[in-house]
Design a protein around this ligand. Structure first.
Ligand code: ATP
Length: 438
């Protein structure tokens, strides 16, 4: 046994007897040996979640096995994608093989009322590209399956035609790629790469908004593909009309095909997703545990996956049958993060005070200066939407105003949100920042 791969095979075999077969295949399936540098055994794992778990839970086991083999102490380092690319002298690229995977397919996507439209449209696009919905624009919050559907479309099209040319890129990478291409005089190659695709997938297209040159390039790429009857699928965290810095000519094009939104899953869909994910890991969770998770982890599917992974790790390590106690212990921090944070009215006014550079007393008081009035409206609106204070209570907090004045402020903000996309964006940003202060 002399290659790094042989050593690692040996470590894995030993780990399977220390831990269990399932634990090893769950946590180590993406780990690859890279090198031995002095007394450090170097591994690579593209999955940060698994890396942090391995570091937390299995490092000692790996070191013990290396000690058995070499009779000397070894450090273990696990490279992430960027560090691995660095030592390889390459930048990470999307291998076309990622699409020929069982991980992101239509068959393992759980369909509920919240994603039915996006799912049906994606299936249609995979079967009949560039026929009915072009572009397909899927939008919704993070962790709700947009990327999964993108990959499923690619998988579906590959299955029907192995020679299909697929280009996948993230919106934020487009700008970096363009900057590099311009610097290196390779814009023609970059154009070629995207414009010769049969299927162009852009994940998180919202990131190109406001980037003038990227939008210009993308506009021409879009036109070329569209005119050549090639399929375009875009995902975003918001619909085109809410992308305030997006050029109008792109906004209208994004709306040419179908806009399909995805919402957080309801209780029944969450139950089905949990069952499905647990089964994929060979776990048969009792109904009451599935209910317990579905009741407590509500915001997105990524969180549900994290919960299942944690239960799996606990179950294997502690050798327990999963019961509420084990599950609660395993998912404590997830529950804490998922529980709705409710800011106090002071938190909201303090944030508005910093954001708009006005004293909290002025925001809450009676001054009729224009800026103070508009900040007051916003603070009132935020308190109404982010806390459970009644109109009366809010009125009292704002220097004893009556509830109809409070209602008027709320309506003013709502009207402006509908009319003015930049204003809507600003309110969203303030809300996100206040919620992030917890
Ligand atoms: N309906 C579903 N059925 C099965 N798995 C799902 C479903 N929705 C999401 N997932 C899984 O949840 C995880 C997160 O989903 P995904 O990455 O597609 O989210 P996203 O909407 O693209 O989020 P982001 O905007 O943060 O990139 C993935 O592993 C995906 O397979």
């Amino acid at each position: 046994m002399n290659s790094v791969a042989d050593i690692w095979d040996n470590v894995i075999t030993q780990l399977k007897s220390d831990l269990s077969e399932t634990t090893v295949s769950t946590w180590f399936d993406q780990v690859e040996p890279v090198d031995v540098q002095g007394n450090t055994f170097v591994l690579y794992c593209p999955n940060d979640f698994k890396t942090s778990y391995i570091k937390k839970l299995f490092m000692k086991n790996i070191q013990a096995r290396l000690f058995d083999i070499f009779s000397t102490e070894f450090d273990v380092s696990i490279l992430d994608e960027a560090a691995y690319a660095d030592i390889q002298g390459t930048t990470p690229t999307q291998s076309p093989d990622q699409f020929i995977s069982d991980e992101f397919t239509f068959s393992n996507f759980v369909v509920g009322p919240q994603n039915q439209l996006a799912y049906a449209a994606s299936c249609n696009v995979a079967e009949k590209p560039a026929k009915t919905y072009n572009p397909l624009f899927i939008y919704g919050e993070s962790g709700l399956g947009k990327t999964h559907l993108l990959y499923a479309i690619a998988n579906g099209m590959k299955k029907n035609n192995a020679a299909v040319k697929i280009a996948y890129v993230k919106g934020d990478d487009l700008t970096n790629e363009l900057v590099t291409a311009i610097r290196e005089g390779k814009t023609a190659q970059m154009r070629e790469k995207y414009r010769q695709a049969d299927l162009l997938l852009v994940d998180d297209i919202q990131f190109i908004a406001g980037k003038q040159q990227t939008q210009e390039e993308f506009f021409h790429t879009f036109n070329t593909l569209y005119e050549n009857k090639k399929q375009i699928v875009l995902t975003s965290d918001r619909p085109p009309k809410e992308m305030s810095q997006l050029e109008d000519r792109l906004r209208t094009r994004f709306e040419w095909g179908l806009l399909a939104d995805v919402y957080p899953p309801d209780f029944e869909t969450r139950m089905a997703i949990i069952q499905n994910k647990a089964a994929m890991h060979g776990m048969d969770l009792p109904e009451r545990i599935i209910c317990f998770i579905a009741e407590n982890v509500t915001s997105n599917v990524r969180q549900i996956e994290g919960t299942i992974n944690k239960i799996l790790a606990y179950k294997d390590l502690l050798g327990d049958d999963a019961d509420e106690v084990t599950v609660t212990r395993a998912i404590q921090d997830i529950l804490k993060r998922a529980s709705e944070y409710m800011p106090s009215p002071d938190d909201i006014v303090d944030y508005c005070s910093k954001y708009f550079n006005q004293e909290p007393d002025v925001i809450r008081g009676q001054q009729r200066v224009r800026d103070a009035v508009s900040t007051r409206h916003i603070a009132i609106y935020l308190i109404r939407t982010m806390t459970n204070l009644s109109l009366e209570d809010i009125g009292k907090y704002f220097d004893n105003r009556d509830h109809s004045t409070v209602l008027y402020s709320i309506k003013e903000v709502e009207k402006k949100i509908k009319k003015d996309a930049a204003y809507a964006e600003m309110i969203k940003e303030i809300k996100t920042n206040i919620a992030a202060q917890q």
